[in-house]
Every structure is written in structure tokens, then in C-alpha cells.
Design a protein around this ligand. Structure first.
Ligand SMILES: *Cc1c(COP(=O)(O)O)cnc(C)c1O
Length: 400
């Protein structure tokens, strides 16, 4: 018997659940793109996005997914042959560096594996050895969505400063923006990339590059810049069309306006971080319980301090990760995230992990529904697990 009849839930690390309000804001006729409210609406997005990023720096918006923002960040700051140091803590910072290879940059990976955060001491050591300052930047994710690790960005900044190295600190917050504390200016981040489809609750299609004075200065010498990705006209447009290098993404702008009303003006960014943190702890309590008494589920990131507040990667044995996902998808009506900690898709290891996305528009029934579906899958599939995960989760919820 299938029980899959009500509204389908995605608990994946992006795209996240889109609030009905955002969908409804997008459901309208095409607007005038030459004058009037769309232009004012677009102008109003900029300060709110900077509020979320905690920066007084500049912002360029792209009609693109996160990969587009990656490319924009690279082409506006580097020249052919420039070396960048990539802090590998899963998949995404490494992916960012590799993405740049065709533009002509050379990514060098300092790999911390798939279950640990980047070590500031190791970073400092490597930068000290780079005496002629050939490394132009450090690439790191705040949350690596594959491993669900969270890197300590202020500590990495301190390491760069301690080595007295001029490399730019460039941070991928695509998974974490709006989900965990991030202070671009206070933490000394030079450039940050983000997308709209995770913590910002909008369908995929917009991405953002935030840059401080140091990153803006790098643009002057960057010979990789091309017309479409050039951030200069986007940051200081002479006409409205320059904001987007062509036609504006009209309906995404309506959706983003509504989402920022919710995040910045109604809930508040600090409150959103606190809610995300609380739901993360609820989910961790359940996972910890499932793993007790010889249970088959374990955290990919054992240290809670290094765990993401937006996504949790869980390891299993016996292909159980895929089996749990399949049951949840087909019978329960819940999509869970595929595992991304294995090197080869479809390998045995690949079937031994899955991820719970918990970013953005979440409440108690959504989180408990996700946990309850997984708990049911464990019972139906006869997968060894500790009992009482839902009680443990409810207990944490009650401590709000
Ligand atoms: C989702 C994600 C990306 C990729 O974004 P796309 O929109 O799929 O291009 C990059 N980095 C991180 C950390 C992500 O979570």
C-alpha cells in the first residue's frame, strides 16, 4: 500500500521548499521593464541582500545558478595562470576551483577529506610557505553541502592574517546564506557567492556575488573578465538593463522581494539563524538516537561544532542510504538528498549515505514529518536503529 497522497515534501539541500507566498508573488502578468515599480523593486532588493550577507560591500546579481556565481567570482578577480588555494572539505569548494580551470586559473587543493572542517593551522602553514605570494585567493565553503561540514570562517581569516599573506578570502555561502551566522564584513571575507534557491527560498535562477574593497581592487587587473559576467556594470548600472546584462528576470525578482520581506523584515535574519540552529539540533537528536544501540545510522560530521545548520549527511552500511531514500520517495511522499560523499555515483559507498536538507521555510510538522518518515522507513526496512528518535526530537523542540 502506498501512503503517498498528500502534499509532497522535499527535504533536500536545494532547491528548498518555496513558500506559497513566494509562488503567489510570482504568479502575475509580465510587468513593464522600462519604468515604474519593477525598477524600484529591484533597487529595494540590494540593501536587503546586503543585510542578509552582513556587508556594506558591492553586489552583482546574475540570472544563473550557483555555478554562474562561481564563474563570475573567478573571472572578475583573476588573470590567466593565477593560482588559487582550495580548501577541500567535501565537494563544493573543489568543484569551484575545478570550474575555474577552463578560464585559465590553476586550483591547488588542500584536502581535509570528507568528514572534517578545514584546519586554520594547516592553512597558515601552507600560506607561510608561499613566500612569493603566488596564491591569489583561498576558496572555501561555509557549508559544504556534500559532507555537511561547516568551516570556521573567522578562524580561517585569522590564519591568512597570521601568515601575513595577501590572498583574497573567497567564501561559497550558497548552502548557508540565511541559514547560519555569517558576517561578511566583521569576519573579513573579501568575496562571497550565494544562490537564491536554498536559504533564500526562491526557485533556482538567481545568484549573487558580494565583493569588498579588496575584491573590487582585484577586478582592475583581472584579464579573465568577459562582457556578460563583468560585475562592474551590474554593481553600478548606468541603465536598468545593465543590472542583468539584458532583460531582467522579472518573476524571480517578484519572488525574491517576497522572500526577503519574510526573511529580513518579518522574521529577521538573527531569528532565522536561531530557528535554523534549533531545527538542526532537533534533527541531530534524532540521528544520534538512530545510531545508538548498534544502529546503522551515523553522522558524517561527528563534531557538532563543525556541523552545518542547513544540511545533515548521514552514513549507513548495506546500501541502506538508498533504500531509506527510495521508501521515503515512493511510499511516504518525501524526497531526501542523495549522498555525495562517495567518489563514484552508483558505487556501493554511494548507496551508503543520504542527506536531510533543512534550510529555509521550515516548521515543526515539516521537520517532524521528515524525521517520522525516516523512522518509519527504518522499521519497514528492518534496518537496525536505536529507538525513541522522535521522542528525542520532540524533547529538543520543547526546549525552544
Ligand atoms: C548548491 C550548491 C552549489 C551549486 O549551486 P547550483 O545552483 O547548483 O549551481 C555550490 N556550492 C554549494 C555550497 C552549494 O550548496
Amino acid at each position: 500500500m502506498s501512503l503517498n497522497y498528500g502534499r509532497h515534501l522535499v527535504s533536500i539541500p536545494g532547491p528548498s521548499v518555496i513558500p506559497d507566498r513566494v509562488l503567489n508573488a510570482m504568479h502575475r502578468a509580465s510587468p513593464n521593464i522600462y519604468e515604474g515599480s519593477l525598477i524600484e523593486l529591484t533597487d529595494s532588493l540590494i540593501p536587503d541582500l546586503k543585510t542578509v550577507a552582513r556587508t556594506k560591500g558591492k553586489l552583482a546579481i546574475y540570472i544563473a545558478n550557483g555555478h554562474g556565481a562561481w564563474e563570475a567570482a573567478i573571472t572578475n578577480t583573476f588573470s590567466k595562470g593565477d593560482k588559487v588555494l582550495v580548501l577541500g572539505t567535501g565537494r563544493f569548494a573543489i568543484g569551484w576551483g575545478e570550474w575555474g580551470r577552463t578560464t585559465g586559473i590553476e586550483p591547488l587543493v588542500l584536502d581535509f577529506g570528507k568528514s572534517s572542517p578545514a584546519s586554520p593551522d594547516k592553512l597558515e602553514e601552507v600560506l607561510r610557505q608561499d613566500k612569493d605570494h603566488s596564491l591569489k585567493a583561498v576558496f572555501v565553503t561555509q557549508t559544504d553541502t556534500a559532507s555537511s561540514v561547516t568551516n570556521d570562517i573567522p578562524a580561517l581569516r585569522k590564519a591568512i592574517d597570521a601568515a601575513n599573506h595577501p590572498a583574497l578570502l573567497m567564501v561559497d555561502c550558497i548552502a548557508s546564506l540565511g541559514c547560519e551566522r555569517f558576517e561578511m564584513d566583521e569576519w573579513g571575507v573579501d568575496l562571497m557567492v550565494a544562490g537564491c534557491q536554498k536559504g533564500l527560498m526562491v526557485p533556482p535562477g538567481l545568484s549573487f556575488v558580494f565583493a569588498n574593497e579588496r575584491a573590487l581592487a582585484a577586478r582592475a587587473n583581472a584579464d579573465l573578465a568577459t562582457s556578460y559576467w563583468d560585475w562592474v556594470p551590474r554593481m553600478d548600472p548606468a541603465g536598468f538593463y545593465q543590472n542583468f546584462g539584458g532583460t531582467a528576470p522579472t518573476h524571480h525578482l517578484f519572488g525574491l522581494r517576497e522572500a526577503l520581506d519574510m526573511l529580513v523584515h518579518e522574521e529577521g535574519v538573527e531569528q532565522a539563524w536561531a530557528r535554523q540552529e534549533h531545527f538542526a539540533k532537533v534533527i541531530w537528536a534524532a540521528v544520534e538516537t538512530w545510531g545508538a544501540d548498534g544502529g546503522d545510522l551515523t553522522f558524517n560530521i561527528s563534531d557538532p561544532i563543525a556541523r552545518s545548520r542547513a544540511v545533515t549527511c548521514i552514513r549507513t552500511s548495506d546500501g541502506n542510504g538508498t533504500k531509506i531514500r527510495r521508501w521515503c520517495e515512493d511510499i511516504a511522499g518525501l524526497t531526501l538528498g542523495i549522498g555525495l560523499v562517495a567518489d563514484t555515483q552508483g558505487s556501493d559507498e554511494w548507496h551508503n549515505s543520504f542527506r536531510i536538507g533543512h534550510m529555509g521555510h521550515l516548521n515543526v510538522p515539516m521537520v517532524m514529518g521528515t524525521l517520522g518518515s525516516i523512522d518509519s522507513a527504518l522499521k519497514v526496512l528492518d534496518i537496525p536503529h536505536g529507538n525513541g528518535a522522535l521522542e528525542a526530537a520532540a524533547q529538543v523542540i520543547s526546549e525552544v
